[in-house]
Write a protein that binds this ligand. Structure first.
Ligand SMILES: [Zn+2]
Length: 485
């Protein structure tokens, strides 16, 4: 059994970025589209206003600039297993293809995507060069796939023009949304955002309510930090931002209500935007950040996979980076290496960690990558192929010409503050606690394994640490119960 002693010797502060959009559905989900008793059937209690409580507040607005129109193709009602053709123009950067089931279908997936020359871009819900499925449904109402998602020559660097085809494992309404520019090259773009805040949420000592939700300082700071990170990591810029107030019943969201939360996006309608929920962490939910899919249902609202969420624990800088990680998932990026030996992303230019155990984490060559499964050190980076995947998503409004921002390492916050010691690197037991903040069942098993290899006294010390976040202490306490005396 490995020990975690080496992790205490880390010389740089750890900045961990979670990491919770695996292909497997959460363990208990009762709130799918077909459940008549589900809160999903109740009209969302949503107040909708544009950013800013008054017309003079321009914080959420960006200067007008011409952007490429979104190309949407309705594939109509499609049958399970049918091969459905659609045309992709010569100037496309990528597309997101999805299916919405008529009734809940837990086996739903985008199973196959074939390029005009017959290339298998996606096969059995596994991307070319991939080793695990990513385009399966989470909750049974929708499934999506993004192309390019990996380095098949028909999809990157340039998309092949002509007639592509897709097949799904279930029946429902199929659609394709295509990102393009006049010359088929990436010139940057705006990511417009809808940010949803529940009534009663406390952000850095300010409480969200009807009179102030559009001007909450902590929310704006997190969005600003997110905007900086997405520019540095993906070459995209923060676009127009609108805040929305949601009912206090969504203040903390157990995994069983995540689908209901993300379906609230229906109130804003389809279109090119990223939908973000900021909520409180709770004991019934194990994530810091979470994405509605790899990829999510891009530009589609009202589905269980239409958004990302942040359960706020830390400061704006580090949570901006958490959002950049979840955005990566939502746009189609997998973890570079998965905890528990589940596999790797399908991209050849991202480093891989063959031993992602606690004792070896600090030696992982991908630990600076934004899609590292457990965390990333300061100066977080992306690879060229990762950026190419993100730039193929139809979610952003693409600029028609000009130079995109040059990629550079993203600035990150200090996770030591979560443990009551700002600026001080995390000990190995603290890393184990932090990695446990992901709530997916397979990840939980891997984390339990790590906990058993951690001295109980060290975890109990974290549980009692003065100044540590309540969620951190609670987690440490439950992990201590799993560890050996
Ligand atoms: Zn992740």
């Amino acid at each position: 059994m490995r020990t975690l002693a080496m992790l205490g010797a880390l010389s740089a502060p750890w900045v961990l970025v979670f990491a919770c959009a695996d292909a497997d559905p959460p363990p208990v989900v009762e709130l799918d589209a077909g459940d008549a008793a589900s809160p999903d059937r109740v009209a969302p209690k949503l107040t909708v206003r544009d950013a800013g409580n008054d017309a003079n507040d321009d914080w959420g607005k960006v200067a007008d600039r011409p952007t490429a129109p979104l190309v949407s193709l309705d594939l109509g009602e499609v049958a399970a297993g049918a091969t459905v053709p659609f045309d992709v123009p010569a100037n496309a950067l990528g597309f997101n293809v999805s299916i919405r089931a008529k009734s809940s279908d837990r086996g739903l997936s985008v199973s196959d995507v074939v390029s005009p020359d017959g290339g298998a871009i996606l096969s059995g819900a596994v991307l070319f060069n991939g080793d695990h499925p990513t385009s399966r449904t989470f909750y049974g109402d929708v499934a999506a796939a993004s192309v390019p998602g990996s380095n098949h020559p028909a999809s990157m660097p340039r998309m092949a023009a002509g007639t592509w085809s897709v097949a799904f494992t279930g029946s429902g309404r199929g659609s394709v949304r295509i990102q393009s520019t006049p010359d088929g090259a990436f010139h940057g773009g705006f990511v417009d955002m809808h940010v949803y805040l529940p009534s009663g949420l406390v952000l850095d000592d300010e409480t969200v309510e009807a009179g102030n939700y559009a001007a909450i300082k902590g929310a704006r700071e997190r969005v600003d930090a997110f905007g900086e990170a997405m520019r540095d990591l993906y070459g995209l810029e923060r676009g127009n931002v609108a805040f929305h107030l949601v009912d206090a019943s969504f203040l903390s969201v157990p995994d069983t209500r995540l689908a209901s939360l993300f379906k609230l996006t229906a109130a804003k309608g389809d279109g090119q935007a990223l939908h973000i929920f900021i909520v409180e962490p709770s004991s019934k939910q194990g994530w810091w950040g979470i994405s509605g899919g790899i990829p999510g249902a891009a530009t589609m609202t009202g589905t269980s996979q239409s958004a990302i969420a942040l359960a706020t624990l830390g400061g704006p800088d580090i949570e901006g980076l958490v959002l950049a990680h979840e955005m990566g998932h939502f746009f189609g990026l997998s973890h570079t290496s998965e905890i528990g030996g589940k596999g790797y992303d399908p991209l050849e230019d991202t480093p891989r960690c063959s031993d992602l155990t606690a004792t070896k984490m600090d030696q992982c060559p991908d630990l600076r990558n934004v899609m590292f499964a457990v965390g990333a050190l300061r100066d977080v980076t992306t690879s060229p192929l990762q950026r190419r995947v993100v730039q193929g998503s139809p979610i952003y409004r693409a600029f028609l010409s000009g130079e995109a921002p040059r990629p550079k390492a993203a600035r990150a916050g200090d996770v030591g503050a979560l443990f009551g010691h700002p600026g001080v690197p995390l000990a190995g037991s603290e890393l184990v606690v932090l990695s446990s903040l992901c709530g997916h069942p397979d990840h939980e098993a891997a984390v339990a394994h790590l906990a058993r290899a951690t001295p109980r006294i060290d975890l109990e010390r974290v549980a009692a640490a003065p100044g540590a976040h309540r969620v951190v202490r609670d987690r440490a306490r439950s992990l201590a119960a799993l560890s050996l005396p």
